[in-house]
Design a protein around this ligand. Structure first.
Ligand code: PMP
Length: 297
């Protein structure tokens, strides 16, 4: 994408290991454990009208993810929350995206890396919609990934850990090469799981059905949308969903901090028609994040 400014060449400042530093100088060495061995966890949250949506929840998850990987973040949660506020303020961003990241440094270069320093950075940048608005309204097309979400005894599936995204990037690249916007991943048992960076919901006779997040992230947006739906009297069923059941669902949408509520028109050979409930929840979520209505605390 020629029009995107490379992420290491942007102007301004970001928060790095305790202080704001010039953006272009926030560098790390090539011999960094996080890069070689995937000892890296991160977050992704949006700021709307100058307020970071569910900042506390994202910071809590960052700390949980780090703990799962045996990494002790050398800052308090309050300091990371403040870092997020500062990273947005220094770039003067009222509507954008924040990326906190924590990773092991370069003191050791082997599988064992007990004595590495844990580095933390937070950057903020403008990021409109994950998918283009035109694409969003008609629903995006997903292919079915050849990779499956791993079992909880195969990988730390509830951590937002960099290593778990390897199969997501491969899947998304393969989907994009065929003209799809994203890929749907099934889990190790063959149940419908999630997209490469977002959770999935289906509609059947006015009821929402969504997979149980027992081997992938229980997304913060997923939880918000469930709360919003329930507050509107919409029944939400969390259950295991067989791929073949997709033939009986009328609507489908994805949820994620970046994806927000994104209608889906196609998953492999299954077709959906973005409809009234998807649109209602899309708008209700847009109101909620802007503070127009706060259903999910
Ligand atoms: N699953 C994956 C793999 C993701 O990357 C994301 C985005 N963080 C989600 C689900 C949705 O999570 P959230 O709503 O907390 O952003």
């Amino acid at each position: 994408m020629a029009d995107v400014i490379p992420f290491d060449q942007r102007d301004g400042s970001l928060w790095h290991d305790g202080k704001l530093v010039p953006w272009k100088e926030a560098k790390t060495h090539v011999l960094t454990h996080g890069l070689h061995y995937g000892s890296c966890v991160f977050e992704g949250q949006r700021i709307y009208g100058g307020k970071i949506y569910k900042l506390k929840e994202h910071t809590d998850r960052l700390f949980r993810s780090a703990e799962t990987l045996g990494m002790k973040i050398p800052f308090t949660k309050d300091e990371i929350n403040q870092a997020c506020v500062e990273a947005a303020a220094v770039q003067n961003i009222k509507d954008g995206y924040l990326r906190p990241v924590a990773f092991r440094g370069s003191e050791m270069m082997a599988v064992s890396a007990q004595n590495t320093t844990i580095h933390v950075a937070v950057a903020c940048w403008p990021w409109p919609s994950y998918f283009s608005p035109a694409e969003k309204l008609k629903g995006i097309r997903l292919e079915i990934s050849r990779y499956r979400r791993p079992a909880p005894d195969t990988a730390p599936v509830h951590a937002k850990a960099a290593g778990l995204y390897m199969i997501c990037t491969i899947s998304k690249h393969e989907a994009e090469a065929k003209g799809y916007a994203d890929a749907m991943m099934f889990d190790y048992r063959g149940y419908v799981a999630e997209a490469t960076g977002a959770n999935v919901f289906f509609v059947q006779d006015g009821v929402l059905h969504t997979p149980i997040p027992d081997c992938f992230l229980n997304g913060i947006t997923r939880q918000s949308v469930i709360a919003i739906a329930k507050a509107r009297g919409v029944k939400v069923v969390e259950r295991h969903i067989e791929p073949g059941e997709m033939a009986g669902f009328s609507e489908c949408f994805l949820t994620g901090s970046a994806a927000e509520v994104t209608p889906v028109s196609e998953i492999g050979n299954y077709r959906f028609k973005p409809g009234a409930l998807t649109e209602t929840l899309m708008n209700a979520y847009a109101d909620e994040v802007r503070g127009a209505a706060t259903v999910s605390a």
